[in-house]
Design a protein around this ligand. Structure first.
Ligand SMILES: C[S@@+](CC[C@H](N)C(=O)[O-])C[C@H]1O[C@@H](n2cnc3c(N)ncnc32)[C@H](O)[C@@H]1O
Length: 254
């Protein structure tokens, strides 16, 4: 816990990347790397000059941002590519596959799980992480309102997603173990916040709901009431937000 009585997103990311084995010279890939925050945290944990980090993402804007942010570390490469078909790596070429909050976008993730197994060397490690959006909770005086808005958020397929599965977190174990290609365990951590302010994860997610007002999925008055109630809780010292991330860490069966 941080001094403010809540765990920060940085603490959460530190926990997540601590699950990735980086003890030897490796090739590590981050599928759906976004702007490269996890790649940066992974590279910061590894001094080995021979370890390579490769991020892949379909969004040219995210890839540009990642390349800019990570340009000072020659070990890191970022590729702009979709991951729906074949992964852009040879058989058994990768030591560690990391992926965070990508799998919800795949309607049928089993092909991707098979591709991860193909590119991993025998005994290579997959670290697949995902928020479970139905664990996202806010406190509030109007339980029905909070439930309505958090459920609308969970079911929201954002513009950049082909599919949306809010339960991707709880499904990681079944996806990987059920394939018969991996043996592993699931870890979990709840991000807890007690501050409603810009930069805090819950504050940003609460304000994301504005887009659902724009789409007509939620009512503008509900949205304003929700924000005002969260602001009041903050003023009274009673604001509370939490969301749980699940992480499957498994070995490629040889
Ligand atoms: C929620 S973001 C997660 C980014 C990063 N992993 C993180 O946790 O901060 C999901 C990322 O997956 C990428 N993405 C979604 N579908 C994809 C696909 N089919 N192929 C490659 N990237 C995809 C998006 O562009 C986006 O950057």
């Amino acid at each position: 816990m941080s001094p403010g009585g809540h765990s920060s997103l940085r603490d959460h990311r530190d926990w997540l990347v601590s699950l990735v084995p980086l003890a030897e010279p490796l090739t590590v890939v981050d599928l759906g790397c976004g702007k490269g925050e996890d790649l940066s945290a992974l590279a910061a944990r590894c001094a080995d000059p021979a370890t390579r980090f490769v991020g892949v993402d379909a969004s040219p804007d995210a890839v540009d941002a990642a390349r800019t942010a990570l340009s000072s570390d020659a070990r890191i490469e970022v590729i702009c590519e979709r991951l729906d078909d074949r992964l852009p790596f040879g058989d058994g070429a990768i030591d560690v596959v990391f992926t965070n909050n990508l799998l919800e976008c795949f309607g049928e993730a089993s092909a991707l799980v098979c591709e991860i197994a193909r590119v991993l060397r025998p005994d290579g490690t997959v670290v697949a992480a995902h928020w479970d959006w139905d664990t996202q909770l806010f406190d509030g005086p109007d339980r029905a309102l909070v439930r309505r808005l958090t459920q609308a958020f969970a079911d929201w397929r954002q513009d950049w997603m082909e599919h949306a599965d809010p339960w991707a977190g709880r499904r990681l174990h079944g996806m990987f173990e059920g394939s018969g290609l991996f043996r592993g365990t699931v870890h979990a951590r709840t991000l807890v916040e007690s501050t409603f302010a810009p930069g805090c994860y819950g504050f940003e997610r609460a304000h994301d709901l504005a887009e659902l007002v724009g789409h007509g999925t939620i009512d503008a008055r509900d949205y304003e009431r929700f924000l005002s109630q969260q602001g009041n809780l903050q003023a009274e010292g009673g604001y509370f937000y939490a969301v749980t991330e699940f992480v499957y860490v498994g070995q490629r069966a040889s």
